[in-house]
Design a protein around this ligand. Structure first.
Ligand SMILES: NC(=O)C1=CN([C@@H]2O[C@H](COP(=O)(O)OP(=O)(O)OC[C@H]3O[C@@H](n4cnc5c(N)ncnc54)[C@H](OP(=O)(O)O)[C@@H]3O)[C@@H](O)[C@H]2O)C=CC1
Ligand SMILES: CC[C@](O)(C(C)=O)C(=O)O
Ligand SMILES: [Mg+2]
Ligand SMILES: [Mg+2]
Length: 342
């Protein structure tokens, strides 16, 4: 049975008594830094020279410094740059400046699990991994709620690493929802599997195939878009509230019956075998190696795949339709330049 932790199980004063450096101001970085600040923590954002996030973080009322300077002053260094950049940031800017006894905190275990970062002895190594995108970590905190987190200790040199991690989890709002005790290995492997097989890879491919099937059969792209992408959120909202059972309760009997008879025709047992193969590549390190090798070569495969995804006809259809939604606050221009921090 999982060990669950809530606000009352954590002592906010532990993290509030430390100087925290948050390295990176992208999806997770901005959310952690702002939530920590609003929870009364002394936080400095550490950014590379010339960073375009520098002015943004300052405008949002945060202290900002170069990475070396932020690390040198910190009791807790939170590494929230992209996974593929962490190894060199750690070697060039963190390790040489890390104070004796300073703790390292991650939001994903990738670099520790696959050995790209191996901190020197004497430092606690902990993880607080939100189970949701950074922009929701901030939005939920501002709404008085939180995104669940999973929490792990890889190295406990101080004897206080767990208490520190829980305190941090409370400060970013995670324990308002729940914290679950995990390990770096479990977090890394389940997180990579979830995003590849279901949340990002699986869902995107399912939506694209659904859109292609309808439009190739001659139906209007706009109708197909509403059917397989827009409505997906509304259906998933019901799953989020009450599981698959609530979704099946709310939809028509026709839809529920169609779910039972056609779902397994589309998502066949072969798909589960494919999922197992994906998990195998994650566990063996083959996925991590492919990703990092591509990044080290300038990310040619990543760039090609990203361009292909952006060129899919569902994106053009969606861009036009979303202009008509008065209630969708995020403008496409907020993210068309790439991922959150680029
Ligand atoms: N995205 C998410 O919601 C989730 C992410 N995580 C984990 O959180 C961590 C951060 O991910 P995420 O928030 O997506 O990262 P982002 O891609 O959003 O991070 C962007 C930030 O990192 C900085 N950065 C990028 N490259 C470098 C570099 N070479 N040197 C110095 N700074 C750099 C950027 O600087 P600049 O501003 O100068 O461009 C920017 O501030 C990862 O470990 C990830 O797996 C965990 C849960 C969910
Ligand atoms: C689902 C993707 C994620 O793991 C996340 C938002 O939790 C990520 O790496 O961005
Ligand atoms: Mg995740
Ligand atoms: Mg992830």
């Amino acid at each position: 049975m999982a060990e669950l932790y809530y606000d009352d199980d954590a002592d906010l004063s532990i993290i509030a008594s430390k100087k925290v450096a948050v390295i990176g101001y992208g999806s997770q970085g901005h959310a952690h830094a702002l939530n920590l600040r609003d929870s009364g923590v002394d936080v400095t954002v550490g950014l590379r020279e010339g960073s375009r996030s520098w002015a943004k973080a300052e405008e949002q009322g945060l202290k900002v410094a170069g990475i070396d300077e932020a690390v040198a002053a910190a009791d807790v260094v939170v590494i929230l740059a992209p996974d593929q950049a962490q190894r060199s940031i750690y070697a060039e800017h963190i390790a040489p400046n890390l104070k004796d006894g300073a703790a390292l905190l991650f939001a994903h275990g990738f670099n520790i699990r696959f050995g790209y970062i191996d901190p020197a002895p004497g430092h606690d190594v902990v993880m607080v991994a939100p189970k949701g995108p950074g922009h929701l970590v901030r939005r939920e905190y501002e709404a008085g709620r939180g995104v669940p987190v999973i929490v792990a200790v890889e190295r406990d040199e101080s004897g206080q690493a767990w208490e520190l991690a829980l305190s941090y989890a409370k400060a970013i709002g995670g324990l308002r929802a729940a914290g679950i005790k995990t390990t770096f290995t479990e977090e890394t492997e389940t997180d990579l599997f979830g995003e590849q097989a279901v949340l990002c890879g699986g869902a995107s491919q399912l939506v694209q195939y659904g859109f292609e099937t309808l439009t190739e059969a001659g139906y209007q792209p706009e109708v197909a878009y509403f059917e397989v992408l827009h409505e997906l959120k509304l259906i998933v909202d019901l799953m989020y509230e009450g599981g698959i059972a609530k979704q099946r309760w709310s939809v028509s009997d026709t839809a529920e019956y169609g779910d039972y008879v056609s779902g397994p025709r589309v998502i066949t047992p072969e798909v589960k075998e494919n999922m197992k193969a994906v998990l195998g590549d994650i566990q063996s390190g083959a996925f991590a190696e492919r990703f990092i090798n591509d990044q080290d070569a300038g990310a040619p495969e990543f760039a090609e795949l990203r361009a292909k995804g952006e060129a899919h006809p569902i994106e053009a259809t969606g861009r036009e339709l979303r202009k008509l939604f008065a209630w969708v606050e995020t403008k496409d221009s907020d993210y068309t330049e790439g991922s959150a921090g680029r």
